[in-house]
Design a protein around this ligand. Structure first.
Ligand SMILES: NC(=O)c1ccc[n+]([C@@H]2O[C@H](COP(=O)([O-])OP(=O)(O)OC[C@H]3O[C@@H](n4cnc5c(N)ncnc54)[C@H](OP(=O)(O)O)[C@@H]3O)[C@@H](O)[C@H]2O)c1
Length: 299
């Protein structure tokens, strides 16, 4: 992959962030050497004006005016509700039929004839891993998708899928997307079940079973609610601890010494661990500041 080692998150593009502002952020990201754009076919059905596919459509409208080959588009499927208006939403899942249909729709919205990286957004326990991965592999063979990966699979399911991929010589799992930042939730915190973290067990599993896979960290700035706050500000309770407070003070101090924002410092720390942070913002100044410590070294 070319460009700086930070992907651009676009979950709010086309919903909370207008198409015009989204295109400004995309232009700025590209001008700063950014080349990897992260989206999903369900971004962002949870906003009142969202139905899923909104982010992909905004990216497609931008991409058609660019040199397509310069950018890596990473999208995810499997977690779009079949009917967004339903109160209890049933997701499309990862059956072969759902996978083929989701990819064809994503290609139309993205206005492209291939997806660089296709990820299974969340584990689908109702579909055998072999069925999903045969479909993913068939899409690679057909040229609709270049490479494949997973997001939010537990270490146990990563191990099962790795076995399936090897046994049936299917398309390799080249990418893994997980939640990760430089501070950890406190023990016993109520975490969102569907969002799987890059914790020590996961790191060990990936190093052992998928040493070649690139790891992407989502929510690296903890949704903007911690690193840019002052000592008096309230934090989300799942991160509130003396240890985290003192780590964040250290980060803020070191960032100040370097003349950058704490957000910029955190993103660089994550990248220095060999992980690709996915940063998201609707604010061009934030983006410029966040990428201050990255330069296009052709990573
Ligand atoms: N695979 C998955 O299941 C999954 C789950 C969640 C997210 N993702 C992907 O990861 C991306 C990033 O996730 P995220 O949005 O949670 O990332 P994040 O980087 O942790 O948080 C983004 C938030 O931080 C704020 N922010 C950014 N820079 C800032 C700065 N310098 N000062 C103050 N606030 C700042 C932004 O607000 P402003 O707009 O005001 O800058 C935005 O609200 C998503 O867009 C999506 O592509 C994937």
């Amino acid at each position: 992959m070319n460009g700086i080692q930070v992907a651009l998150g676009t979950a709010s593009f086309g919903t909370a962030i207008s198409q015009e502002d989204s295109h400004r952020v995309l232009d700025k990201y590209a001008s700063l050497g950014g080349r990897v754009i992260d989206t999903a076919n369900n971004y962002a059905f949870w906003y009142p004006n969202g139905k899923g596919g909104d982010s992909e459509a905004v990216i497609g409208n931008w991409l058609e005016r660019k040199d397509r080959s310069m950018f890596t588009i990473m999208t995810k499927i499997g977690s779009q509700p079949i009917d967004v208006k339903e109160k209890i939403r049933k997701l499309e899942g990862l059956s072969p039929e759902a996978v083929y249909s989701a990819v064809d729709k994503s290609l139309v919205r993205l206005k492209t004839d291939y997806i660089d990286i296709l990820l299974a957004h969340h584990d689908d326990r109702h579909t055998p891993l072999l069925d999903t991965w045969r479909a993913f592999s068939a899409l690679v063979s057909a040229g609709k998708v270049r490479q494949v990966g997973i997001s939010n699979y537990s270490p146990q399911r990563v191990a099962e899928l790795t076995r399936v991929v090897r046994e049936y010589s299917l398309a390799p799992i080249g990418f893994v997307q997980l939640q990760y930042s430089v501070i950890n939730p406190v023990d016993g915190a109520d975490l969102e079940e569907k969002l799987v973290r890059l914790d020590p067990e996961m790191r060990e599993t990936l190093a052992r079973l998928l040493p070649e896979a690139k790891i992407f960290a989502y929510a690296p700035l903890l949704r903007g609610k911690i690193f840019e706050t002052t000592a008096k500000d309230k934090w989300p309770s799942k991160y509130e601890s003396i240890q985290n407070r003192s780590k964040v003070s250290e980060i803020q101090l070191e960032a100040r010494e370097l003349g950058v924002s704490p957000s910029a410092y955190v993103l660089k720390q994550i990248a220095d661990q060999g992980v690709w942070p996915i940063t998201a913002t609707g604010n061009v100044e934030h983006l410029e500041g966040n990428l201050k410590l990255f330069s296009d070294r052709g990573v």
